[in-house]
Design a protein around this ligand. Structure first.
Ligand code: DC
Length: 222
């Protein structure tokens, strides 16, 4: 039987970079489920479909294909109708679109099997918002990774600046707060810790300390 580690938490808690490193150390596959919502958001933007529950969104889901694969370095590649969109989905606009589109039940239902199939066929660390609560309720270890909104906004700000993007800290902090609100208040699969999850707060931890903490929590609880 394969091993599944569910890693949930708010935007910018460092889930993806921490989970990538932990997955490498444990020889698991890292699955970033946010990329799937971002990809559907991109498809909606391209076709001019508004991110609200509607027959148009359902038609969009019937018309597209979303696939997850891995490149030679073991990094996740997300394909929209066969096109690698992994880079295109990493903008602040794509983040906000993903937050809105992920509140639509039909979108969540559409992505469920894809996520579960990944966990059936591989040992995974799966990162998202509802992995421990909805997608993989039987995951062997469930971690809720969090940090203060300010710490998360500072990290994201630096990350985008390093990529050469012209961004303002206040805008990033507002985005973090808005996305937290959207993610925790939606009716379907809202962001919340699973009852049997372990909370790890990285506000006062640097990256290496966070990775060490996650690896030790996984090892202690497997
Ligand atoms: O993790 P991320 O920032 O790439 O996620 C983008 C958006 O997708 C985020 O606002 C919440 C949503 N999301 C979700 O609802 N469920 C998941 N399992 C992963 C992401």
């Amino acid at each position: 039987m394969s091993v599944a580690i569910a890693l949930d938490g708010p935007a910018g808690a460092g889930k993806s970079s921490i989970a990538k490193r932990a997955a490498k150390a444990l020889d698991y596959i890292y699955v970033d489920t946010g990329a799937l919502y971002r990809t559907i958001g991109l498809a909606a933007t391209r076709r001019g479909v508004a991110p609200v529950a509607s027959p148009e969104v359902e038609a969009l889901l019937r018309a597209i294909t979303v696939d997850l694969t891995f490149n030679d370095q073991g990094e996740q590649v997300v394909l929209l109708d066969g096109e690698d969109v992994s880079g295109l989905i990493r903008t602040p606009e794509a983040s906000m679109m993903a937050s809105k589109i992920s509140a639509i039940p039909a979108v969540r239902a559409y992505l469920l099997d894809l996520q579960r199939n990944m966990a059936k066929t591989h040992n995974v660390i799966m990162d998202g918002r509802d992995i421990g609560t909805v997608v993989l309720p039987d995951a062997q270890v469930k971690i809720f990774l969090t940090a203060s909104p300010e710490a998360r906004a500072t990290r994201r700000f630096k990350e985008l600046q390093e990529k050469g993007m012209d961004v303002r800290y206040e805008d990033i902090l507002n985005d973090v707060i808005t996305r937290d609100y959207n993610d925790t208040h939606r009716a379907t699969a809202p962001l919340k810790p699973a009852e049997d999850s372990i909370t790890v707060d990285t506000t006062a931890l640097d990256f290496e300390q966070s990775v060490d903490k996650i690896i030790s929590v996984i090892k202690e609880n497997l």
